[in-house]
Ligand binder design. Structure first.
Ligand code: SF4
Length: 911
């Protein structure tokens, strides 16, 4: 090797370490990335320095390196499907918005943005809409996640302040998790809590959730309250605190107001214990146990999440929780406090900049003083003077033609908003739909007039804030892909083309961050020197580019009083209300607005699964994340399944007044009778009818306008299938014309699950067509060997294609029932260069060769299947730890440990 070759090899293999932040949930884990810029590859591990995760990552975070391919990326701007240059695209957007504003006024346009944006992106988007266009019509998908918490905080504390920090979970003696499947939705925080509980067995954990979820694995007590009854529960708790003399009158007298009022409302709704237990649908004894635990445990923390927020009374639920903590003074002290867990990586950053339509900027609202202050700071020519339309109302206004141009940034509302078909129809008729995204094909991008290629996680560079107010850097690992640009740059360029040069001349993201910090500090103290606003980054206003580059995670505020950041608020009061006192509110509980009827007798609850993120545009790119659960499903109680004559794995139709979806049935006792659960993730890009939000009602909380995603009256019925089938293929195949299709990426293959309501005329011919061939001759002309099996009487048809080297190219099977061969072994055959005789013989038999069938994947990190775990249990591994020792399953992110325990439990019971 000559010296030139040597140095070329060195530069190709040269890696560098960068510290960044995970792209997904609100835990905000730090990542240590080993980057190879030349090969554009990255290995990620948890950063052991980051205070959110101390080295841990969950399955989603661990797979980030598998989501960065440029395949499927949007790499060039497009107008009506035609590639254009940036100038043309930016001019089209700017002129389109300007023309509509000129003709119809500023409220005829809107931005719908995302908790996936970085704070710097968010800041300029908000500034453009509220300060320069002159409308409040910018709302974020965080509306769907935690806007009820924002309003709850503001009603109680004066401002949207999260009082505590993650360390509180490792100092508490009672941890109550409300409306949160922490194990799957915030896995690293769950792992921290779990470890703490293991080290401190006396710590009690209570899970309050209508469903039995994986989070219950560590619970001492699970309270499966009826959907929507949380306020009754926390009013009951406030009443119990009073009766057991646990109210902290000293704290209340000094720092709060409204206690009597809140207690009166609590007493009016609580009744006696048995009546309350009846309302909640839980045993009275369990309720008493929880009340006693809470009353007797000073160091008590209450985490709540979407199960509380996503409700037509979400804000009231939040305040009923805050009431109990304020009444006991258990707030802002180590191990104590209410804690709102956000869904997205930068939901908090969006709150800080004012990305919600009903906030202005930097934790200021639409009041005269703040409007004037922000106008002067921005030197804004067209300052918005009132809140804009919030998510559901915004898309209704698009549907009604009141909003004529919308710019959707880094989100997929056609999948994630309730009444999703109406959202789709609204965008179809909107005059101008602009979508900025890093992914080319999303349900929303399919409706765009203009598509703008944005940088993805591995290229974006800026800051995010996690659920405990900790600001971290997300650092670009690679050069921008193709012609993609940062969101802040795109927004600034459009602003300048709209004639707003002066406000959008930032030279880089650090420049925007300094302005954001300066706004937070601007006129932020009263005559006595009290901070007027909690959100204060005054010490960061003059941060140099170098300091921004090396910025270490820190919790805001960061100012003269708290130069190293602040972990907790309010232990000594100091709320952000006019008299600095917190408000306890009298809360009268309300049932969900849409209640079951004869036509729609069941209640649908929606949520997330362990290995997918939001609308799967990125997590579905990592094949290992598609293994655990690969189809949209509907979880139903055994009793209801029996009544409806539904069997496990059937396809069912879930219908509401708003729409219909098809999903595969899972039958268990996790849901209470007459309730269902379905995941929110599947899209039309990945499934024909798997979007659950087509079914979900668009009812919203009156204060926060957060949709009621956890409660929709529905009916469910078996889909009358004539056959079930699947295609596993090395090459992408077109979707056949059938009723149920779900697509998933696997290792070196793609998978289609198929179900249809009418019989196939010529099954073998049809299956060949699915693989792209008109007849068998075409197969042999391409040098492929066709293996086939058919049993017409039983309706079983199976085909496989093998190339000249003996490698599997495709396998497809159909049957009149859903009990088709397990796909895991078949999928694994695509990773082999050539099939051996044993594998060839087994291919169409329906059975993996003895000892090779690992079953459905349970541990995504190490691809360990259910049957392998069962075999380990049979061989004497009687605990999840023992299974982990033998198979490694559950030893990386730990998210599958509850399921491993379940398998062990079922085997113990002999079921
Ligand atoms: Fe990412 Fe998982 Fe951490 Fe959430 S818990 S930030 S998804 S690694």
């Amino acid at each position: 090797m000559n010296s030139n070759q040597h140095s070329a090899t060195q530069s190709v293999n040269k890696t560098e370490i960068k510290h960044t932040t995970c792209a997904y949930c609100g835990v905000g884990c730090g990542i240590k990335a080993e980057v190879n810029p030349a090969k554009r590859t990255v290995n990620v591990i948890g950063s052991d320095q980051h205070p959110a995760n101390y080295g841990r990552l969950c399955s989603k975070g661990s797979a980030l390196g598998h989501t960065i391919s440029t395949d499927g990326r949007l790499l060039e701007p497009e107008i009506n499907g035609q590639q254009v240059d940036w100038n043309t695209a930016l001019d089209t957007v700017a002129n389109g918005f300007s023309d509509i504003i000129k003709q119809h006024g500023p409220d005829a346009v809107a931005f719908y943005v995302s908790g996936q944006l970085l704070t710097e992106d968010y800041y300029v988007a908000n500034k453009l809409m509220k300060g320069y266009i002159g409308s409040g019509n910018i709302d974020t998908n965080s509306r769907l996640c935690m806007s009820s918490s924002v309003v709850g905080h503001k009603r109680a504390f004066g401002l949207d302040t999260v009082p505590g920090c993650y360390d509180d979970f490792q100092q508490a003696e009672l941890i109550t998790l409300v409306g949160s499947n922490t194990a799957w939705c915030h896995p690293v925080l769950f792992q921290r809590i779990k470890q703490y509980k293991q080290d401190n067995p006396n710590v009690k954990i209570v899970v309050i959730d209508p469903r039995k979820t994986q989070t219950c694995d560590i619970a001492d007590l699970h309270i499966p309250l009826n959907l929507g009854t949380d306020v009754w529960l926390f009013n009951g708790l406030l009443n119990a605190l009073n009766e057991q003399n646990k109210v902290n009158h000293e704290y209340l007298d000094q720092h709060c107001q409204g206690f009597e009022n809140s207690l009166q409302a609590a007493q009016a709704s609580s009744g006696n214990l048995n009546a309350l237990a009846d309302t909640l649908g839980v045993p009275a004894q369990d309720l008493q146990t929880f009340f006693d635990l809470f009353c007797q445990t000073e160091k008590s923390i209450t985490l709540y999440s979407q199960g509380v927020n996503q409700s037509s009374s979400g804000t009231d639920k939040v305040n009923s929780i805050l009431n109990c903590h304020l009444a006991t003074g258990r707030i802002g002290k180590p191990g104590m406090g209410p804690f709102s867990m956000t869904g997205q990586p930068n939901a908090m950053g969006g709150r800080e900049v004012g990305g919600l339509a009903n906030t202005l900027a930097a934790h200021m609202d639409f009041n005269d003083d703040s409007i004037d202050r922000v106008q002067r700071f921005w030197d804004a020519p067209n300052m918005a003077t009132q809140p804009g339309l919030m998510a559901v109302d915004m898309f209704d206004a698009i549907d009604e033609g009141k909003i004529k141009a919308v710019w959707v940034m880094a989100t997929n509302p056609v999948v994630s908003l309730p009444n999703a078909d109406k959202v789709k129809a609204a965008l179809e008729k909107c005059d101008l739909v602009v979508v900025s995204d890093c992914i080319a094909d999303t349900d929303t991008a399919r409706l765009a007039n203009v598509k703008l290629p944005a940088t993805g996680w591995s290229e974006k560079d800026g800051t995010v804030t996690n659920s405990e107010r900790r600001i971290s850097r997300q650092r670009g690992l690679f050069e921008k892909a193709g012609n993609a640009q940062h969101d802040w740059w795109i927004i600034n360029e459009v602003a300048k083309r709209m004639g707003f040069d002066s406000g959008f001349n930032h030279t880089n993201q650090a420049d925007i961050f300094r302005e954001h910090a300066a706004l937070s500090a601007f006129e932020n103290s009263d005559a006595e020197g009290h901070r007027l606003r909690d959100f204060d980054l005054s010490n960061l206003q003059t941060l140099s580019d170098e300091d921004y580059e090396t910025f270490e995670p820190i919790q805001w505020p960061i100012n003269a009083e708290f130069p190293e950041g602040r972990d907790r608020f309010f232990s000594q009061g100091g709320f952000f209300t006019p008299n600095r006192k917190a408000n306890l509110l009298g809360i009268t509980p309300k049932l969900p607005v849409n209640l079951p009827t004869n036509d729609y007798p069941l209640r649908l609850n929606t949520g997330r699964i362990r290995d997918q993120w939001h609308t799967m545009t990125r997590t579905a790119l990592a094949s290992q994340l598609n293994q655990h659960i690969s189809e949209p499903f509907v979880e139903i109680n055994t009793e209801n399944a029996k009544q409806l004559n539904i069997q496990a794995n059937d396809i069912v139709s879930v219908k509401s007044k708003w729409g219909e979806m098809l999903g595969r049935v899972v039958i268990n006792e996790n849901c209470k009778p007459d309730t269902l659960f379905a995941p929110m993730h599947w899209t039309q890009v990945l499934s024909k009818q798997g979007r659950i939000n087509t079914v979900v009602n668009p009812e919203v909380d009156p204060f926060s306008k957060q949709p009621e995603s956890k409660h929709t009256p529905v009916n469910v019925s078996q889909f009358s299938a004539q056959w079930h089938g699947f295609v596993l293929s090395r090459h992408t195949t077109a979707w056949p014309e059938v009723d149920y299709i779900v697509s998933a990426k696997g290792k070196q293959h793609n998978r289609l699950e198929l179900v249809h309501g009418t019989a196939l005329n010529n099954p073998t011919q049809t299956m060949l067509a699915w693989l792209g061939f008109d007849n068998e001759q075409q197969v042999s002309e391409q040098g492929l060997e066709l293996l086939s099996y058919q049993d017409a009487e039983s309706g079983l048809y199976r085909l496989a294609l093998i190339n000249e080297q003996g490698a599997l190219q495709a396998v497809t099977m159909i049957a009149p029932h859903q009990n088709l061969p397990e796909r895991t072994w078949l999928a694994a055959q695509f990773e082999k260069e050539s099939l051996n005789k044993r594998a060839r013989n087994a291919l169409l038999s329906g059975y993996a060769p003895a000892g090779e069938d690992i079953g459905r994947i349970v541990c995504a990190c190490f691809s360990v299947g259910e049957k392998t775990i069962e075999a380990a249990v049979k061989s004497g591994c009687c605990s999840a730890e023992a299974v982990g020792d033998q198979l490694k399953a559950g030893t990386n992110c730990g998210s599958c440990v509850p399921e491993i325990k379940e398998i062990i439990g079922q085997m113990d019971l002999g079921t």
